[in-house]
Structure formats: structure tokens, C-alpha cells
Design a protein around this ligand. Structure first.
Ligand code: SF4
Length: 77
């Protein structure tokens, strides 16, 4: 999906230097794969709760690929 399609589908954008993350709360199944996968990037206590630049783009994409619902997406720059 393009960024425009993700935003139109209700995803919120989280900026990173080399990769952007997108999250759609209404799709999330609360599996916890994201914050168990990398608690520095995905931490519900943080605001925003996704801090993309706390890990490498490869690590961010690796964790997002484990999201079972499709609530998390990414677009590399
Ligand atoms: S991995 Fe995906 S479905 Fe699971 S809690 Fe995180 S965003 Fe939600």
C-alpha cells in the first residue's frame, strides 16, 4: 500500500529517518508481538508509543513483519 492508501485506511504515521511506521488501532489484535519484539521501538508507555529511530530500519521492519493483524505497516525511504 502507498502512504496515501494507508492514511486513507485509518493508519497513523510514525516518522523515522530511514523508515516510516504506520499503525491502525482498529485492526490491532493485541497479540503483543510488537512490544515483545522490540520494547525500545514499541512501548505503550511512550508518547508516541512507536519510536521508529530507536532501532535500525531492518529491525523495525523485522518486528513489523511479525504483526499478525496487519495493524502495523512500514514504508522504507
Ligand atoms: S503486533 Fe500488531 S496486532 Fe499485535 S499488538 Fe502489535 S500492532 Fe497489535
Amino acid at each position: 500500500m502507498t502512504e496515501e492508501e494507508l492514511l486513507a485506511a485509518g493508519y497513523r504515521k510514525y516518522y523515522g529517518e530511514d523508515i516510516n511506521a504506520f499503525f491502525n488501532q482498529s485492526i490491532c489484535q493485541h497479540s503483543g508481538n510488537c512490544f515483545r519484539g522490540n520494547g525500545n521501538v514499541f512501548n505503550l508507555k511512550n508518547r508516541p508509543w512507536i519510536k521508529v529511530d530507536e532501532a535500525s530500519p531492518d529491525e523495525v521492519s523485522r518486528v513489523i513483519d511479525t504483526c499478525p493483524s496487519g495493524a502495523l505497516k512500514y514504508i522504507r525511504k
